[in-house]
Design a protein around this ligand. Structure first.
Ligand code: ADP
Ligand code: MG
Length: 625
């Protein structure tokens, strides 16, 4: 009896080695605040990292007078003292050109260079230049350092979230910021997707739901309608306002207070009252009444706020968010009744009237606010990070495969098993056979890409199926299965069905390929499509001719006794003529040669050819070893 062979190999495409893996984290890189989370190995649940009260890292970078960047709470204090060297809201500048942000230029207190319209913006602080990518990398680095200090482990891989409306350039810039901070970015995930994951939506593959994610942060408002089906997240619509958030609510409080200050103090008071207004907002939203004596320019003024006043001076802002939500539903062509759940995200959803309005609108359904709204995006990113790191095998597919996956067949052709844009996980099976009598080994080379010839695609790995029982060519039935799981890991299994011999190999196709690489490979395949088809046809003709020549010579050897001398002679001549076309001829000449040989041999071939030979002519052949 034959022993069945089963091997499982993990290849790290990027490094080519097996290395001790560091921790993988989820990061919410916010406009106002950023946060890192990871899965607690004891509970299996996501947790944010840090001491109470300093979990959130303000997304603010202050450049000190000697050009050194400082991130977080200290930098936030410098917003008032050093506005021109303190960069806030850098997320709005990521992946953007000056033209993109021009309309909002007065919003920024620091200097954004107005260089070329199409170039990504830079920021100048006392003669030094910084890109938004570098500054975002400083924030990510701070989060990484904190996570490393708390866990005592290296943190080297992350999932980073971005708003659903971010374009390619903004996503790529986010990815680059991660790289610059020393992180391997496993994936860029949409914030509403992460929020859904934090609530466990999409983790059960059987579930189909349409949800609304309402995210009101410090400076921005985003509302997205998502369809989750078979654990695939599809953004049906997204709406919002990149200049509407908690800060605007604070500003309305300041405006209200100005009524109680003499006019000559107004311009100076505005800046200094901003942080006090935020504090007042949080207190009244937490059920308290705010009261404070404000000392300014030698005078004393009583400033107060309660929830009723707060809600009345900001109701127009609240209304705006509801209007965006309505238009998001309209864009998705859905009514309120068709929504299954609502998720509240962002620090500003702590304002009580947010939930009241949402419950008023959606009444009957679940409005999820049980998780901390500041943390929910980071928590979901940690769940996704855990999945992508290969720590969970119960779930989940959030993606499609960006490039086709296939194997090399005879003549160096790419035979696609999983076409690009296939939803993952998925499994595809195809049957192949041997091309030479007594072939006992078969090599299966795995490629990724869109070109017709494997030489122009990317080789991912190779699997050798050995121990195939010796049989005539065409008889073995080799089944090749490609299984692409939800985190983009490809497992290939090759099995010889008669003997049950089995080989398995695992490959990670996505790592090591940047988005730019993927784009380039797709562009190449488009610009070469015509040329590729012609080459494929030529290769196919040649392969067919080679097969034919091989079959015919074998046939003559075995059956010489049953044929006339003339038959043998003419067959040899035609076969040699075909052989001659292989070196320099075009496709049509080769095909003519095949036709003549076919035509001539058909009369006696049908009579004599044994079944094995016939079946080997009709199979697809992988390779000869
Ligand atoms: P971003 O996603 O823009 O980084 P966050 O989700 O961290 O922002 O939200 C920050 C905003 O949440 C700030 O405007 C802050 O004032 C507001 N916020 C935080 N806590 C509260 C609270 N208890 N009540 C009302 N607003 C709050
Ligand atoms: Mg946010």
């Amino acid at each position: 009896m034959r022993r069945s062979v089963l091997t499982k190999v993990s290849i790290n495409i990027k490094s080519g080695t097996l290395e001790e893996e560091g921790l993988v984290v989820g990061i919410d890189l916010g406009t106002t605040n950023s946060l890192v989370a990871l899965i607690n190995p004891d509970t299996g649940k996501p947790e944010v990292l840090g001491k109470a009260g300093e979990l959130l890292v303000p997304s603010v970078v202050h450049i000190t007078h000697d050009g050194f960047p400082v991130v977080g709470n200290i930098a936030r204090q410098a917003l008032i003292t050093h506005p021109e060297s303190t960069i806030f809201s850098v997320k709005r500048l990521l992946g953007r050109s000056y033209k993109d942000i021009e309309a909002h230029a007065p919003f920024y207190t620091y200097r954004i260079l107005d260089e070329a319209d199409e170039k990504l913006v830079r920021i100048e602080v006392s003669g030094k230049y910084f890109t938004p990518i570098e500054l975002s990398a400083e924030i990510l680095n701070e989060l990484k350092r904190r996570a490393e200090t708390i866990t005592g482990r290296t943190v080297n891989r992350a999932v980073i979230t971005v708003p659903a409306y971010f374009n390619d350039s903004q996503r790529q810039a986010t990815r680059d910021a991660g790289k610059m901070a020393g992180l391997e970015v496993l994936r860029i995930v949409n914030e509403p997707t992460a929020a859904s994951l934090a609530y466990g939506l999409g983790l059960k593959s059987t579930e189909a739901k349409t949800i609304v994610v309402y995210d009101l942060g410090g400076g921005t408002f985003d509302v997205s309608v998502l369809r989750i089906e078979d654990s695939v997240f599809e953004v049906l619509s997204t709406q919002g306002d990149t200049y509407l958030g908690g800060d605007d609510f604070d500003r309305e409080i300041v405006k209200y207070w100005l009524h109680f200050l003499p006019e000559q103090l107004h311009s100076g008071a505005f800046k200094s009252l901003r942080l006090l207004a935020e504090q007042a907002k949080k207190e009244v939203c937490g059920g308290k009444v705010f009261e404070e004596i404000y000392n300014h320019a030698g005078g004393q003024y009583r400033l107060s706020l309660d929830l009723t006043i707060f809600e009345s001076v900001t109701s127009h802002l609240m209304d705006k968010t509801i209007q965006s939500l309505q238009s998001a539903l309209k864009d998705a062509k859905l009514t309120h009744e068709e929504i299954d759940e609502v998720i509240m995200v962002g620090g500003s959803t702590r304002m009580p009237f947010v939930k009241q309005r949402l419950v008023g609108l959606f009444g009957h359904i679940q409005v999820n606010d049980s998780l901390n709204p500041d943390e929910v995006v980071a928590l979901g990113a940690a769940v996704e990070a855990d999945v992508l790191a290969g720590n969970r095998n119960d779930i989940l597919l959030l993606d499609v495969t960006p490039l086709s996956l296939g194997i090399e067949t005879l003549g160096g052709l790419m035979d696609v098993l999983i076409p690009r844009n296939t939803k993952i996980p998925c499994k595809y099976v195809k049957s192949y056979t041997t091309s030479v009598d007594g072939q006992v080994k078969m090599s299966i080379a795995v490629y990724q890409g869109e070109r017709e010839l494997t030489a122009e695609n990317r080789k991912l790995g190779e699997l050798v199926l050995s121990g195939i029982p010796a049989m005539p060519a065409g008889l073995p039935k080799i089944e090749v299965a490609f299984l692409l799981n939800a985190d983009g890991i490809l497992t290939i299994e090759a099995k010889e069905l008669k003997s049950g011999i089995n080989q398995q190999v695992e490959i990670k196709p996505q790592f090591g390929l940047s988005d730019a690489d993927v784009e380039r490979m797709l562009m190449d395949s488009i610009s070469h499509a015509k040329e590729d088809v012609a080459r494929r046809m030529h290769v196919e003709a040649r392969t067919e001719a080679e097969q034919m020549i091989y079959m015919v010579s074998r046939f003559l050897e075995k059956n010489a006794a049953l044929l006339s001398e003339d038959e043998i002679d003419t067959t040899r001549k035609l076969s040699n003529a075909l052989k001659a076309t292989l070196t320099n001829s075009d496709k049509d000449t080769i095909l003519q040669g095949i036709d003549s040989l076919n035509e001539y041999t058909r009369s006696f071939a049908e009579r004599l050819m044994n079944k094995a030979v016939l079946s080997s002519l009709s199979g697809t052949h992988i390779d000869r070893i």
